[in-house]
Write a protein that binds this ligand. Structure first.
Ligand code: UN1
Length: 511
C-alpha cells in the first residue's frame, strides 16, 4: 500500500463544493485539518472567537423564541427536508466522512444513513410529542402533562461519529421546538461545515415552500476547548449534549450542574461480550470481528473485552487470531479494506502504551504493530488481540484503538460479575443459545450497561432505541425511544372546570 500519491486535498475541496460549502470557510484559517488516510492537510478553517460564540448563543436563543411558536408537525417538515438533502448527498457526504475520519466506504455511507434514519424518526415524532392525562382525585378537574420546547441546545460531538451524533441531537431538538449550537471536534470540522450547508439548503426549501423559520436556528461554532466552555457556561443554554471521553464529561458535568443546566453525557465505553458454551461460533466470530476491529476500534461501542467459556475457547480464539492476522488494513477508500487508519499519531501511541501495560500484566499479544503505508504522518495498525490471565490493568480502561482483551471463564455467575466490574457501562453482548443465560444477561442482575444484546456485538446500534450508558459512560440517552423528552420541559397542568374549589389531600381552607 502506498497512499503517498493520493491527493485528498483536491478531492475534499471538490466534495465540499458539491455539498455547497463556501471555500472561504476552509481555506486560509488557523485550524488545520488533516486526513488520517494520508496524514496530510485537507483544510484550514477560520475559527470563532469566544465573543463570536457568545453572540451566536444569544442569536440562537432569539431563534428559539420564534421557533417554539411553530407547530411541531411543521417543524417536522423542516427535518423531513433535511432528510431529503442527506439522501441526495449521501455519497458525497459519506465520502467526506471517510476522508476526514478514515472510515471505510460502507461505514462512511452508513454514518449518513444513520442521519437519514434519525430524520425519519424525528419527522414521525413531530406528531407524537405526547403527554399523559392523569386521573385526578378532585371532581370536575383535569390533570395532564404538556411538553414544551427548552431553548438553545448545545451539542459537543467527537471525531469518530462526526455527523451522526449531531443529527441524533439536532433532529430531535428541532422537532421539539429548540434551536441548536454545535461545536464539532477540532479533528473533524469539515464534515460539520458540509452538514451545516445541507441544513441551510433544507431551510431555504422550507421557507420557499411557505414555512416560517428564524435565522440562526442551527449554528456551527468552529474552535477548540474555549468554545466548548462558552457553551457549557452560557446561561442561555439549558442543555448540553456532549459526546467524548470520561475526562471531558468530568469537566463538563459539574459545570453544568453548578448552574442547574441539563446534561446528556455520552462518554467512554469498555464494552464486553460473553461467549457461552452453546454459542453459534460462526456467528460469534463475525459479530466479534466487526465489533472489535470495525472503525479501527474507534467507536464508543467497540468491543474491548471478550470473555470466552473454557469449553469453546480453543475453538474460537485460534479462529479469531486468524481473522486478526488476515484482515485487510489500508486505504479505507479502497474496496475490500476493512480496517482504516487511526485518527492520529497520539491514538497510535496510546494503543502501544496500552499493549505495553497488557504485556507487563501477563498478556499475550497478537498484532498491534504499525502497518507502513508510505506516509510517516498516517497511522495504520494491525488490530491487536490480547489473551489476558485476568481482568487487570489496561483491561479496566478504554483505549480508543482496536485492542481486544480475551479472558477465559468457567462459571457464568462469576463472569457476569467480571463483566460489570469496570467503571464504564455503555454496551454489552452475550453469545448463547441457552435461554436462561440470555435472559439472565438481560435481567436486573445481568449486564449493567445501557445497551445489552444477544447474539449480536455491542456496536452498530440502530437509531430506534435510546442510546447511551451508565456509570462513567455518563447516564445520558440520545436518539430513539423517548430520548426526545430530554430536549423538552415537562409542565404538569391541573384544570378546574367546576364551580367549587376542592383542595387536594382533603385540606380545608375556608375564608
Ligand atoms: C459513537 O461511537 O459515539 O452504535 C456512536 C454504534 C453507532 C453509534 C456509535 N450507531 O456503534
Amino acid at each position: 500500500m502506498n497512499i503517498a500519491v493520493l491527493d485528498l486535498a483536491t478531492e475534499t475541496a471538490k466534495l465540499l463544493a458539491d455539498l455547497g460549502v463556501d471555500a472561504r470557510s476552509y481555506t486560509g484559517g488557523t485550524l488545520s485539518v488533516t486526513s488520517p488516510i494520508t496524514g496530510k492537510e485537507i483544510g484550514k478553517l477560520k475559527e470563532h472567537s469566544v465573543a463570536d460564540a457568545k453572540a451566536a448563543i444569544d442569536a440562537a436563543h432569539k431563534a428559539f423564541l420564534e421557533w417554539r411558536a411553530v407547530p411541531a408537525p411543521k417543524r417536522g417538515e423542516l427535518v423531513r427536508l433535511l432528510g431529503e438533502e442527506l439522501r441526495a448527498s449521501k455519497v458525497a457526504l459519506g465520502r467526506l466522512v471517510s476522508i476526514e475520519v478514515g472510515k471505510i466506504t460502507s461505514e462512511g455511507l452508513g454514518e449518513v444513513q444513520e442521519m437519514i434514519d434519525i430524520c425519519d424518526f424525528a419527522v414521525g415524532l413531530s406528531r407524537q410529542l405526547y403527554g399523559l392525562t392523569i386521573a385526578t382525585e378532585r371532581a370536575e378537574h383535569r390533570m395532564m402533562e404538556s411538553w414544551h420546547p427548552l431553548g438553545a441546545i448545545g451539542i459537543i460531538s467527537a471525531f469518530n461519529f462526526p455527523v451522526a451524533v449531531w443529527s441524533w441531537n439536532a433532529a430531535l431538538a428541532i422537532v421539539c421546538g429548540n434551536s441548536t449550537v454545535w461545536k464539532p471536534s477540532e479533528k473533524t470540522p469539515l464534515t460539520a461545515l458540509a452538514v451545516q450547508a445541507l441544513f441551510e439548503k433544507a431551510l431555504k426549501r422550507f421557507v420557499a415552500e411557505g414555512g416560517k423559520a428564524p435565522a440562526n436556528l442551527s449554528t456551527l461554532l468552529i474552535g477548540g476547548r474555549e468554545i466548548g466552555e462558552v457553551l457549557v457556561d452560557h446561561p442561555k443554554i439549558p442543555l448540553v449534549s456532549a459526546t467524548g471521553s470520561t475526562a471531558m464529561g468530568r469537566a463538563v458535568g459539574p459545570r453544568l450542574s453548578q448552574r442547574f443546566a441539563r446534561a446528556i453525557l455520552e462518554l467512554g465505553g469498555n464494552n464486553a461480550a460473553i461467549v457461552c458454551p452453546t454459542a453459534d461460533l460462526d456467528l460469534t466470530l463475525r459479530g466479534v470481528a466487526f465489533a472489535a476491529m470495525g472503525t479501527a476500534g474507534q467507536r464508543c461501542t467497540t468491543l474491548r473485552r471478550l470473555f470466552v467459556h473454557e469449553s469453546v475457547y480453543d475453538q474460537l480464539v485460534p479462529r479469531l487470531k486468524k481473522a486478526y492476522g488476515s484482515v485487510t488494513i489500508g486505504n479505507p477508500l479502497e474496496t475490500g479494506t476493512l480496517v482504516g487508519p487511526l485518527i492520529d499519531g497520539q491514538a497510535f501511541d496510546k494503543m502501544q502504551s496500552a499493549l505495553g501495560q497488557a504485556k507487563a500484566a501477563g498478556g499475550a499479544v497478537v498484532g498491534g504493530e504499525r502497518v507502513e503505508n508510505g506516509s510517516a504522518e498516517a497511522f495504520y495498525a494491525r488490530p491487536a488481540l490480547v489473551e489476558m490471565p485476568e481482568q487487570i490493568g489496561p483491561v479496566e480502561h478504554e483505549t480508543f484503538a482496536p485492542i481486544l482483551y480475551v479472558i477465559k471463564y468457567s462459571d457464568f455467575d462469576t463472569v457476569l460479575e467480571l463483566h460489570n466490574a469496570v467503571p464504564q457501562g455503555l454496551s454489552s453482548s452475550i453469545f448463547t443459545n441457552n435461554m436462561r443465560e440470555a435472559e439472565t444477561f438481560l435481567s436486573s442482575r445481568g449486564s449493567d450497561c445501557g445497551i445489552a444484546n444477544v447474539n449480536i456485538g455491542p456496536s452498530g446500534a440502530e437509531i430506534g432505541g435510546a442510546f447511551g450508558g451508565e456509570k462513567e459512560t455518563g447516564g445520558g440517552r440520545e436518539s430513539g425511544s423517548d430520548a426526545w423528552k430530554a430536549y423538552m420541559r415537562r409542565s404538569t397542568n391541573t384544570v378546574n372546570y367546576g364551580k367549587t374549589l376542592p383542595l387536594a389531600q382533603g385540606v380545608k381552607f375556608d375564608v
